[in-house]
Design a protein around this ligand. Sequence first.
Ligand code: ZN
Ligand code: ZN
Length: 117
Amino acid sequence: MTDSDDRPPSATDIDDTPTVSCERCGQEWDLAYELDDLGVGNQALEQFALDHQRHTGHFPDGIATWRVACRNCPETVERLSEDAARRWAETHARHTRHRLELRHASGDETTVIEEDG
Ligand SMILES: [Zn+2]
Ligand SMILES: [Zn+2]
């Protein structure tokens, strides 16, 4: 019934604990326990971001994603890897013959993706 994510937001005051916040959810999490579990910082963050996206449909703040926006319809997606974003765009282009724009959140460069030929 409720989509409860029962990870408690812990209130430790350790400065070097990586934290993630989400403006849309109005929440903040620290990833200390994930780092302990996985032993890899960046991957823990990515894993958290993916989980959050799966639960809520959006990524937390500060996650630089690859974004695909279709020029012909309202479809947009965000992916952590360029490959995944590009693959989605190419599939969409092939099925719909739409043109899409691929852009990284931290960059200005836009790649246009359209069906070959
Ligand atoms: Zn959120
Ligand atoms: Zn489209």
